[in-house]
Design a binder for this molecule. Structure first.
Ligand SMILES: [Zn+2]
Length: 262
């Protein structure tokens, strides 16, 4: 069982074509043509990389599990030339049949061929922007994850108004920050942006951001560094511990894409 099976399963065949283009763009390809509806002459989009123009052929048979063979992937060379391209990308949510693999091997001295099958795409998914995963995978099912059972879950309440800032509806509007109190000690605050956003801060993070592990680690390092050279308030460590431990309940799995500021 691949951790991304649900992700593949929930993409419709039509979305699969757009996902392919977004995926390739995120991996450095320039988009020449988006997928078009109707008679498209067998191209689900055209992309370019290193002066090679590729037609993209998308097949989404994940739900049937059918591998892609020469019966479904026909006249590859004609389609490439028809679009004045010199490359072919197969973008498949299943695997290739050996007949297609053999066919592609024969074409390799005529055109550039790149194949992204289910296994290869899965290997890339942890590195593509989580924006794309959200766009295609999460919104209809779940936007955020919950790493503990509902019974075990402990809210992280805004220090000002007591609202749970880890509630799915509040995450986008919440943050944490470090500020200085009147005794010149550091204070660790978390809450709604509208409750604490006006404080003068030494550093801050958005909850959406630190739900990504590498961002959370960056924040923790940053705060630990501040502590070394500053006095902290007596609430500081309690707030820091509550924040870090409760946030873990909703941190994305480490194989779930990286955070990109938009
Ligand atoms: Zn609040």
């Amino acid at each position: 069982m691949n951790v991304y099976d649900d992700f593949f399963k929930n993409i419709s065949p039509e979305e699969w074509e757009f996902f392919a283009i977004d995926f390739l763009a995120d991996n450095g390809f320039s988009i020449i043509n988006y997928p078009s509806r109707g008679i498209d002459g067998g191209s689900d989009g055209i992309v370019k990389y290193n002066n090679i123009t590729y037609i993209v052929s998308c097949k989404h048979y994940f739900n049937s599990g059918k591998s892609i063979g020469t019966d479904t992937e026909q006249s590859i060379l004609d389609r490439v030339y028809q679009h004045n391209a010199n490359g072919f990308i197969g973008f498949y949510s299943t695997l290739l049949s050996s007949s297609l693999q053999n066919r592609l091997n024969q074409l390799e001295n005529k055109i550039n061929i790149l194949i992204y099958d289910k296994n290869i795409i899965s290997d890339y998914l942890p590195r593509i922007s989580s924006f794309i995963l959200h766009k295609y995978g999460l919104p209809n099912q779940f936007k955020y994850v919950l790493n503990v059972s509902k019974e075990e879950y402990e809210p992280l309440n805004c220090l000002v108004c007591n609202r749970d800032i880890l509630d799915d509806n509040n995450i986008s509007f919440s943050m944490a920050l470090i500020t200085r109190n009147n005794n010149n000690e550091l204070e660790y605050l978390y809450g709604c942006k509208k409750c604490i956003g006006n404080y003068f801060d030494i550093g801050w993070c958005e909850i959406n951001q630190v739900l990504h592990l590498e961002q959370l680690n960056g924040w923790i390092y940053y705060v630990n560094d501040l502590i070394k050279n500053n006095k902290v308030s007596y609430q500081f460590y309690k707030n820091k511990n509550d924040f870090e431990s409760r946030l873990q309940q909703k941190v994305y799995p480490s194989n779930w894409g990286r955070w990109l500021p938009l």
